[in-house]
Write a protein that binds this ligand. Structure first.
Ligand code: 2HG
Ligand code: ZN
Length: 482
């Protein structure tokens, strides 16, 4: 098989191109002042900082397509950007200033919602929270939930095929997409906004763009599947004896009623202690301190389903078996939110504790306890004093196996070891038949791992697809493909 298709050189944006873009976008649609562009050139984790001559802020698909066509003609590369919440530097421009940022933020309209079809047609720049709210107002649920949902945008979520807390029941973002509107690298608009449940008409093009991280084109709108809104929701936080006990508890809940599991999350004692230390206004409503915790959410649209009684009886049996040491079931919406806050603030708390290396990995669900045990031991062997903080979506096998710097160590010295740490975790992941990238994507952080994990025919096929759709290499260069 041939080697990598070399990326064609892209041109720096000229003054003439910027003038043309200003004419398309109007003065409000083009940011060039470094004070205005600063927030766009750095990622949330502050791992990457690029430079750009301008941030383009089109107001609709037609303006966006005209910008892309103008850039294509000039041979200038574009970095599409949603809420800029990438964990892997997926929306940061290159350091040489040659790439323009295209912000989706002004494309944020709800185009249609249909509670009978159970579909939401929404533009890419709407936040996930806005999409959830629109679904709720129509008596429905958009079953996609992630910690950054107030900032992360629909287009970015689809471009990274985000997973989050509800994958155990509803799958990933990919599973919620019925149709897409995409601006292709030459500026053509592909209107695939169909809302059909059955539509076998050749290659499934929309799924090419989902998870492509903006390297094949720019998603501008989507038709998302909804489900009926739950009538009953129960949330419990459990202190459990071990990661194995958490898995047994998951199995008990699953055996009892798989259709009601909305989320099953794992947290370590250390992870929770970081949240209690760094996040104001949170508290742990359990009396027994533990090293392992499970957060369970059950939900159903069925009337009088008796979820509460079912959950209590599962927890009772798990307590008798010594798996659950202590548990609390939320009594109100406010308490449910307070329990979820303990889970959702993990990333922020870890950031405040110091430098950390993230490993967004997945293994078969049954192997999660082994992953936690073996990867913790391997990292401690690699670097004495390193602090493993595994947490995440146990119900779908996706653990954020994050490593916090040893106390007192220089953060830069710790981060300089990131590849050694990632490779140590990934060795265990590989042995357990897992993946080095579960839900955050590849971005700038992980392309170097692609040849080892997806080399041969798979990577070659990806390169041919890239070459066919974006021959100029103008869409989000440097991301995904090494
Ligand atoms: C989560 O599940 C996110 O909270 C972020 O995917 C995970 O900070 C992380 O590593
Ligand atoms: Zn996650």
């Amino acid at each position: 098989m041939p080697d990598a298709v070399p990326a064609p050189p892209t041109a720096p944006p000229s003054g003439a191109l910027l003038e043309r873009l200003r004419a398309i976008l109007g003065p409000a649609g083009l940011l060039t002042d470094p004070a205005d562009t600063a927030a766009h050139v750095e990622d949330w984790r502050r791992l990457y900082r690029g430079r750009t001559a301008a941030v383009l802020r089109p107001a609709d698909t037609a303006e966006l397509a005209a910008c892309v066509a103008a850039c294509a003609e000039a041979g200038v590369a574009i970095v599409p950007q949603g809420g800029n919440t990438s964990m892997v530097g997926g929306a940061v421009p290159a350091a040489d200033g040659s790439e323009l940022i295209l912000s989706l933020s002004r494309l944020n309209r709800i185009r249609a919602i249909d509670p009978v079809d159970l579909t939401l047609t929404i533009e890419a720049g709407a936040t996930l929270k806005a999409a959830q709210n629109a679904a709720q107002e129509a008596g429905c649920l958009l079953p996609l939930s992630i910690g950054s949902e107030g900032t992360a945008q629909v287009g970015g979520i689809l471009s990274t095929n985000a997973g989050g807390n509800n994958t155990v029941r509803y799958g990933n973002a990919r599973d919620m997409v019925l149709g897409l509107e995409v601006v292709l690298p030459d500026g053509q608009v592909w209107n695939g906004l169909r809302r059909l449940r059955k539509d076998n008409t050749g290659y499934c093009l929309r799924q090419l763009f989902v998870g492509a991280e903006g390297t094949l084109g720019i998603i501008t709108a989507a038709v998302l599947k909804l489900v009926p809104r739950p009538r009953e929701t129960e949330v419990a936080l459990c202190a459990v004896a071990s990661a194995e006990a958490a898995l047994s508890l998951f199995n008990r809940v699953q055996t009892h009623d798989p259709a009601s599991i909305q989320a099953f999350e794992y947290m370590s004692g250390l992870g929770l202690r970081f949240v209690l230390k760094h996040i104001p206004g949170v508290s742990l409503p359990l009396s027994v301190p533990a090293e392992h915790y499970a957060l369970i959410e059950l939900a159903t649209p069925r009337p009088e389903a008796g979820l509460r009684a079912a959950l209590e009886s599962v927890l009772e049996a798990a307590m008798e078996a010594g798996e659950v040491l202590d548990a609390v079931v939320a009594e109100s919406g406010a308490q449910r939110a307070a329990l979820w806050k303990l889970r959702e603030e993990h990333s922020e708390a870890q950031k405040r504790e110091g430098a950390s290396v993230k490993n967004d990995v997945s293994v078969p669900v049954s192997k999660v306890p082994e992953l936690i045990r073996r990867a913790t031991a391997a990292c401690e062997r690699l670097m004495p004093g390193i602090r493993a903080v595994p947490f995440g979506h146990m119900g779908d096998g996706n653990i954020h196996f994050n490593l916090e710097q040893p106390e007192g160590m220089d953060p830069a010295a710790f981060l300089a070891q990131d590849h050694a740490i990632m490779d140590t975790v990934c060795e265990v992941v590989r042995d357990l038949d897992g993946s080095f990238s579960a839900e955050h994507g590849i971005g700038l952080l992980k392309p170097y791992m692609m040849p080892e994990w997806r080399g041969g025919a798979e990577l070659e096929l990806m390169r041919r697809i890239k070459q066919a759709i974006d021959p100029g290499g103008l869409m989000n260069p440097g991301k995904v493909l090494p």
